[in-house]
Design a protein around this ligand. Structure first.
Ligand code: PRX
Length: 581
């Protein structure tokens, strides 16, 4: 189906909002190194994401401006100004120093979206430590893999979530301090735990930010690949140039905006665009602690008069499914610009939103490793529905072949980016070899397949590996297979992404059983429950099929590609490699 170009909404409005109205001009003149002139740098020299996000606004006299409008799960509102967040993060930085946590140490958070989470992230950055956010729906195995690999010394968690940590604590000898925080009811710290409230109450409200330089590591996010456990993509303080510049040009942030990023900080969108881009641009963010429901989400937009909204295709498809009557019951007239990321955004969703919400979704593309948006449909430009858009100024993507040569427009190839932008990951933690394998002929290889058209717009084709994208979250099949193999009944497991109309893909496992076990519906349920208990509901398989044996190469590697072809009833393709490697 062909779609018409959608011209920019509210053209007059954008005339007085000049962010990237002149795409070609901006692109020609743009230099990331000069973006730093728009930021302040640490007073004593150096660069720190937290300072650029919070303290520089306080220093400029804007401390009383709301930074976070927090809406709790049960509908309570609290406002935190930039000065409040600067103070809270100072206190947490003091807590870390008093605990003797040194610059460069890894500090992890495993919490719901409460103000404490935000204070802990910024405080960790101020103390010169590396922050590692964990998604609060992870199960114990998912937590252990990440904490173990990172060598985290501090974990901030909550009374509700700490049981999952205790299940694996014996495997984490480097984890020295467990801090328990709860926004609703300050808990008593149990033996071997520290109380957030007690530590914070005793911590001074001022803090001299540890001198960090642009290349000092700041944040790590774990991301999944085809093989092996999740790997920690490490970003440095200089990434803030990317957060700030894309916040301005792609998210079109202006000082009077009320901005809502629906992503959880356990994933990179929730930090780069839930914290650093809005805060460095000095806008007011809505943080909604609750989960998805169409009514609740439209209610948040109405209540806080959200103007700029950044969300994801799975959520948009769920809103579409909820029907066009639901948005009609809410006043959504505050919205002026809406964007999507994380999965392919189907053109139908763009057309739907223009009709149902009065605005088209603008798709953009990036990934954990790129740290900030690389390709986008800009606010001031026509959208090509179904396309990810054009490069961010200062970014050079390319579609390349196996030798690393750029292919003709219209030809599918590997989506690559020329290295060197500020928010590019600097390594995979403790896995330099894997990092080095991501490059070909001077390009960083993203793992995505795409095309560029004659107008310079990029179109997503698919992944070049077996990584599963379920509801915008990447899941590594190996992680799921490993968890299933720990069950006594499982002989072999192969895991694929099965196409799904809402979540894009769901995790599906094929399992062969050991002698003496019977393939029953009860065992299937037990295995799903077993994997959920280890990995969490977003990562564990939603479907399991029992099969006698899994297709393998001669060296014993499971042929996931073939499992997927069979699942989809497709031509099984060239199976000659089945017996080879
Ligand atoms: O495959 C691409 C898909 O999500 C991957 C990145 O996921 P992650 O590292 O978790 O980063 C999330 C922050 C965006 C990409 O390699 N992806 C992301 N955006 C799009 C997309 N696929 C299609 N269209 C997009 N706009």
């Amino acid at each position: 189906m062909e779609y018409e170009l959608i011209s920019k909404p509210g053209a007059d409005e954008f005339a007085v909002r000049p962010n990237l109205d002149d795409y070609e001009g901006t692109r020609a003149a743009f230099d990331y190194e000069r973006v730093i002139d728009e930021l302040d740098g640490l007073p004593g020299g150096g660069l720190n994401i937290a300072y650029e996000s919070l303290d520089r606004h306080v220093a400029a006299g804007n401390g009383e401006k709301p930074c976070i409008l927090w809406e709790s799960k049960d509908g309570r509102s609290e406002t935190y100004t930039y000065a409040d967040m600067a103070r809270l993060s100072n206190q947490f930085a003091n807590v870390l120093q008093q605990l003797g946590v040194e610059k460069g140490s890894r500090v992890f958070v495993f919490m719901d979206r409460t103000p404490e989470l935000y204070a802990a992230v910024f405080g960790t950055l101020k103390a010169g430590c590396i922050i590692g956010p964990l998604f609060s729906a992870f199960g114990p195995d998912a937590i252990r893999d990440r904490l173990e690999n990172s060598g985290a010394v501090v974990l901030v968690t909550t009374p509700k979530l700490k049981a999952k940590v205790y299940e694996v604590r014996d495997d984490l000898p480097e984890l020295k301090h467990l801090i328990i925080a709860d926004h609703a009811e300050p808990p008593e710290a149990a033996e071997g735990e520290l109380s957030w409230n007690e530590l914070m109450a005793a911590a001074p409200e001022t803090f001299e930010i540890v001198a960090t330089g642009p290349e000092d590591p700041a944040i790590m996010h774990y991301t999944s690949g085809t093989t092996g456990k999740p790997k920690g993509a490490v970003h440095v303080h200089k990434a803030v140039l990317g957060h700030y510049a894309t916040g301005k040009f792609v998210l079109d942030m202006h000082p009077d905006d009320i901005y809502w990023c629906t992503a959880d900080p356990g994933w990179v969108t929730g930090t780069s665009y839930g914290m650093f881009a809005p805060c460095t641009n000095g806008v007011t963010s809505v943080i909604y602690e609750g989960g998805f429901s169409a009514r609740a989400w439209y209610g948040v937009i109405e209540k806080y008069k959200v103007t700029v909204w950044y969300t994801a295709p799975t959520a948009i498809r769920m809103l579409m499914k909820a029907g066009d009557d639901v948005p009609k019951r809410h006043d959504l007239s505050s919205l002026r610009y809406i964007m999507s990321v994380g999965e392919p955004l189907n053109p139908e969703a763009v057309v739907w939103s223009e009709q149902a919400l009065g605005l088209p979704f603008h798709d953009n593309w990036w990934q954990t490793e790129t740290g900030s948006i690389m390709i986008a449909n800009y606010a001031g430009q026509a959208i090509k529905p179904g396309s990810m858009g054009q490069p961010m100024p200062g970014i050079e993507p390319g579609i390349i072949d196996d030798e690393g040569n750029v292919v003709e427009p219209g030809t599918e190839g590997d989506l690559a980016v020329r290295p060197g932008w500020p928010s590019m990951f600097r390594t995979y933690w403790r896995n330099e070899e894997l990092y080095n394998s991501c490059f070909r002929n001077g390009w960083y290889i993203t793992g995505d397949r795409a095309r560029m058209d004659e107008d310079g717009y990029y179109w997503f084709v698919g992944r070049s590996d077996d990584v599963i994208n379920t509801a915008g979250h990447l899941v590594g099949p190996f992680e799921v297979e490993s968890a299933l193999l720990e069950h006594p009944a499982v002989a072999e497991a192969g895991v694929i992404g099965k196409p799904d109309p809402i979540a894009m893909e769901i995790v599906k496992a094929f399992v062969s059983l050991k002698e003496g076990y019977e393939a029953t519906p009860e065992l299937r349920r037990e295995l799903i429950g077993f994997a959920r208990g280890k990995l969490g509901p977003g990562v564990a398989p939603r479907e399991i099929d029992f099969i006698d044996s899994l297709p393998k190469t001669r060296s014993g590697k499971i042929m996931r590609r073939l499992l997927k072809a069979r699942e989809l009833g497709l031509d099984e393709g060239d199976t000659s490699t089945l017996e080879d490697d």
